[in-house]
Every structure is written in structure tokens, then in C-alpha cells.
Design a protein around this ligand. Structure first.
Ligand code: TA6
Length: 314
């Protein structure tokens, strides 16, 4: 069977970093680097790339890869003692050859199980024992599913407290033609105003300048409508009550060495997260956080697709 038909292939990626390529029988695909446990590509069955990765991304430890789906753990943000967004995205993960049974309802064989455990160095900066299992899977329709299972394996009775986010970079045609549905009327913490709490007004969220907001207690479904591409991304999440919405806009874009000056026009981060209320696990307890991404044609511009229906569909 030639490689293009193998559902799971381990190979070398950029700079010789190991990556896993997932291929679904209908043609969709995804790529996950062992470095960071990071998805860096998700393509539909027409081979169209749905995630954004900066053309200036640095695929070289210890710098995190700019784009795809960075895993923010054990800390989201820069409020704690660790570097911003924790260190899971800066570590080389292993393939989990013997994962515990995984309740799954898909027949797809295009999935990989990765595992991250703390090194001695990690224990110095974050003195906790855990096993972080990440399953990345392509569903039969090309949906991309990420499931994180984090277990507190302390033998000294220590609780494990963390915050978490799937820092997903969606590829969009033109940020000024994008709207986000599902977060209207919700409260958010504004990172651009000292994390002060506000309430979102009006209906859909559109973009005319830098946005960096943590929406709290959000619904399980969020829709991102790309008017020009007539495409709607739908995020379905579980165990992740919050959603971070970020676009750096022009000034911040120029300030990031691993981000093109104009690339802010073609990306939007909408991140399923657990930030406002940190998660605490007793020894032996396991937390599960899951996001399922789908990309559906949206003729919304012709008024045929009501975004509310997208959000309420089963
Ligand atoms: O998710 C939004 C955010 O927290 C922004 O404040 C911005 O810092 C972004 O993450 C990127 O962070 P990074 O550490 O990946 O450069």
C-alpha cells in the first residue's frame, strides 16, 4: 500500500522533526508533530489547508511552532510562575503504544495517541506527577478531533491544578470578512484591558482591530464564518468552558519575529479553554478535555444558512 493510503504514517517533517501524518479514506488529512504534540495541518478532502501556520514559524526547539493547534498546559496565559502558555508545546511527546481503552464512536483508523510525562527538569519548575494523553483523530467526514486526558499520578497525595487551552489558529481568507457566532451576550475578560470583565454586546463578533478576549462559560458550539470562502468552522467542545478569541492585528504582528507582518489578515485564533476556573485533580483523578472541529460549506451570505441553526444542529 503506497504511503498516500496509509491511515497513520510516522515520518520526518521540517528540520527533521518527527511528525505523524493521518489520512482518512475520503481524502482528508492531518499532521501532528511530536514536538509539542502539535497539529500543524488539517486538510479537507479537496486538499485545502484549514489551519494557519505562519510562513515564519520556527520548527526548532525550544521555540513553539507558530500556528496549528499549540497545546497550552499546565498554564494558559502569563499569570503563573511558568512561561506563557506553559511548556507542553515545547516538549517532545512520545507515541503512546499502550493507551488505556478509549471510548470512541468512530470507525476511522486515522488517529494517533501521544503521551507527555514530566521530566526531572519539568518537576523542578512544576513539581507535579501527571500523565497527559492526547488523541488526535480524523473522523469519517474529515472532522478533526482532539481529546486530552490528564491524570494526576501523584503518590504523595498532591493535588494537581492547571489551566488549559487548544490554541487553534484557523486559516481565514480575510479577517475583515469573518464573524464569530455563539459568544454574543457572554462575559469576557479583556487581555487588552488588564483582564477586566465585560459583557459582549450585539450579535456576531466581527474584527476591525486587535482582539484578545477570554469568553467565560461559553456554549459547547461556536461557529466561525468565513464569508469570502463561504466556509463555516464549527467548534464543538467538552470539558472546556471558556473560549479565547485572538487576532494580533498589524502592530502586534510586526512585533512577532515568527509571524508575517500581514499574516494577521489570514488567521483567527478561537481556543477551547479552561482558564477562568483552574482545574484541580486529586491523586488518581483524570480530566478530559475535547474539541471537535468541522468545516462546512456556508452559503450564509445568501441567507440560506442561519448560523444559529448551525449552532443548534445535533
Ligand atoms: O491566546 C491569546 C494569547 O494569550 C495572546 O495574548 C497572545 O500572547 C497569544 O496567546 C500568543 O501567545 P504566544 O505565547 O504563542 O506568542
Amino acid at each position: 500500500m503506497s504511503s498516500e493510503r496509509v491511515p497513520v504514517e510516522l515520518c520526518k517533517g521540517i528540520n527533521g522533526l518527527e511528525k505523524v501524518v493521518l489520512r482518512e479514506v475520503r481524502g482528508s488529512s492531518a499532521e501532528v508533530y511530536l514536538y509539542g504534540g502539535q497539529v500543524t495541518s488539517w486538510k479537507n478532502d479537496h486538499g485545502e489547508e484549514l489551519l494557519f501556520v505562519s510562513s515564519k514559524a520556527i520548527f526548532r526547539p525550544p521555540k513553539a511552532i507558530r500556528g496549528g493547534i499549540p497545546i497550552c498546559f499546565p498554564q494558559f496565559g502569563n499569570h503563573g510562575s511558568l512561561e506563557q502558555h506553559g511548556f507542553a508545546r515545547n516538549r517532545v511527546w512520545s507515541i503512546d503504544v499502550d493507551p488505556p481503552p478509549f471510548p470512541t464512536n468512530t470507525s476511522s483508523r486515522a488517529f494517533i495517541d501521544l503521551i507527555l510525562k514530566p521530566s526531572e527538569e519539568d518537576m523542578k519548575i512544576f513539581p507535579h506527577s501527571y500523565e497527559f494523553r492526547l488523541r488526535v483523530a480524523l473522523g469519517p467526514g474529515g472532522d478533526l478531533m482532539l481529546t486530552s486526558r490528564i491524570r494526576n499520578t501523584s503518590t504523595e497525595g498532591r493535588p494537581l491544578t492547571f489551566t488549559f487551552a487548544y490554541h487553534t489558529y484557523f486559516s481565514v481568507s480575510d479577517i475583515s470578512e469573518v464573524r464569530v457566532e455563539g459568544l454574543e451576550t457572554l462575559d469576557y475578560l479583556d487581555n487588552l484591558q488588564n483582564k477586566e470583565r465585560f459583557t459582549e454586546q450585539g450579535d456576531a463578533i466581527t474584527f476591525e482591530s486587535e482582539v484578545d478576549k477570554i469568553y467565560v462559560s461559553t456554549p459547547t458550539k461556536i461557529a466561525i464564518l468565513d464569508h469570502e470562502k463561504k466556509r463555516t468552522f464549527v467548534i464543538r467542545k467538552d470539558g472546556l468552558p471558556d473560549a479565547v478569541v485572538w487576532n494580533p492585528w498589524d502592530k502586534k504582528a510586526k512585533a512577532m519575529a515568527d509571524f508575517g507582518d500581514d499574516e494577521y489578515k489570514h488567521m483567527l485564533c478561537v481556543e477551547a479553554a479552561a482558564v477562568e476556573k483552574p482545574i484541580t485533580l486529586k491523586p488518581g483523578e483524570e480530566w478530559r478535555g475535547r474539541q471537535e472541529l468541522s468545516a462546512v460549506p456556508s452559503s450564509y451570505c445568501s441567507g440560506q444558512l442561519d448560523p444559529q441553526k448551525v449552532l443548534q444542529s445535533s
